[in-house]
Design a protein around this ligand. Structure first.
Ligand code: HGY
Ligand code: MN
Ligand code: MN
Length: 401
């Protein structure tokens, strides 16, 4: 059995180096870090015998033309969160390159065409637009989203053009794709705890995320009596406290995170002008996401007496089930290869939940050591990468050869 993990592990380290930005590990799309990663991946794809190209938003594709034009697409995202890890997203791209390259060498031209994709901006760590790359492929990206700004005030459209990708006509959805396959790290500790090598994903939770701005009135901390203040900080604190109380009512049915809290101007002797927070609410059941929307609006009504509260929803994706035919094939394969496995619902969001809206989509999980992810401590063992790659390769062979 050829040692796929050896090549993948060295590639993880090589591509990983491109994400270093001063002391931070962060690769956002359309940045010098992204450009460096794209050139390494482009070379890997060419070495694997693929024709490479970019689409209008800068997704990088490596293609092996098949006897028919139907396309099996595989891969994952190339961007990371801030202070993120080397495996989230990138492991899926490299495993796809390795699997397809190995199949192409062994079997020659496939029946269906195969493409490996390195997707843009899945993490929304630079632009608020969610799932940029996959939504573009599905034809779900709207022109007005190109006006979204990053923290420096640059628009998404400008960043795409400046990065040298063709920016003009957005895709209205590729119709040649029949399947999307994504291998990904679990980003949790269940597989490790239960000593399972492969996760076969049945569903992905729905996501309801956005930003809330509490607009008060900046003023002097010493001369402004408490009864005359329009201080957004205690209002934001009360909002977060009550939102958390609501979420705790549903313990294991949903998760709710306030991951970002900013305030302006941020001097100790100045009453803040505004406070902005992000919310990230997820559940496998749509009814909890619907209730979250109601709760946010109820809290806004209860707390906006002295401070304006604006809620901006940036992502509202329903829970998705993945392709049952593909799940049956994967279950057959893990038994044939005698790998320990478990069916899983993904608590993390993935491009697959977008692709599943248009194409037959499946995900393969491999374990995260200590369940850690979205951290520079992210790690997956070589033997688990090998197992994941064997199953990915066998699955793509079933779909395309
Ligand atoms: O947030 C997520 O679950 C994914 O990593 N974007
Ligand atoms: Mn992630
Ligand atoms: Mn990811």
């Amino acid at each position: 059995m050829n040692n796929h993990s050896e090549w993948i592990v060295q590639a993880i380290e090589t591509v990983g180096k491109t994400a270093l930005r001063d002391t931070e590990y962060w690769r956002a799309t359309y940045t010098p870090q992204d450009k460096d990663a794209v050139s390494v991946l482009n070379n890997y794809m060419k070495e694997a015998g693929m024709e490479t190209y970019f689409d209008a938003v800068g997704n990088l594709f490596g293609r092996i033309p098949g006897r028919c034009s139907d396309t099996v697409l595989c891969g994952s995202h190339r961007d990371t969160v801030r202070q993120g890890g080397k495996y989230d997203g990138m492991l899926g791209i490299l495993t796809a390159i390795r699997s397809v390259s190995s199949l192409n060498k062994e079997l020659g031209q496939p029946e269906k065409s195969i493409e490996v994709v390195a997707l843009c901006e899945e993490e929304s760590s630079r632009f608020p637009t969610s799932y940029l790359g996959s939504r573009h492929i599905c034809g779900l990206l709207k022109e007005e989203e190109l006006l979204d700004l990053d923290d420096s005030g640059m628009s998404l459209g400008e960043a795409i053009r400046d990065a040298g990708y063709y920016y003009g006509q957005l895709s209205n959805g590729r119709t040649d794709i029949t399947n999307f396959v994504e291998l990904h790290i679990e980003q949790g500790g269940l597989m490790e705890y239960e000593k399972k090598q492969i996760g076969i994903v049945s569903a992905i939770v729905g996501l309801f995320t956005g930003e809330i701005v509490f607009k008060g009135q900046q003023n002097h901390a010493g001369t402004t009596p408490m009864r005359l203040r329009k201080d957004p900080v205690p209002v934001a604190a009360e909002f977060i406290y009550r939102l958390n109380l609501w979420a705790k009512k549903y313990q294991d049915n949903l998760v709710c995170t306030v991951g970002k809290i900013d305030r302006k101007p941020g001097n100790s002797n100045v009453i803040c002008d505004d406070v902005s927070i992000t919310f990230d609410i997820r559940s496998a059941e749509q009814k909890y996401l619907d209730e979250a929307n109601t709760i946010l609006n109820d809290l806004k009504k209860q707390l906006d007496e002295h401070v304006d509260i604006a809620i901006d929803i940036t992502c509202n994706e329903s829970p998705v089930s993945l392709d049952s035919d593909g799940i049956h094939i994967l279950e057959k394969l893990v038994k044939e290869y005698d790998y320990s496995w478990k069916p899983m619902v993904s608590g993390a969001g993935h491009d697959s939940q977008i692709m599943a809206q248009k194409y037959k989509t499946n995900m393969i999980f491999v374990p995260s050591v200590n369940g850690i992810s979205h951290s520079t401590k992210e790690f997956t063992k070589a033997e688990d990468i090998q197992a994941g790659c064997e199953i990915m390769k066998a699955f793509i062979k079933e779909l395309a050869w």
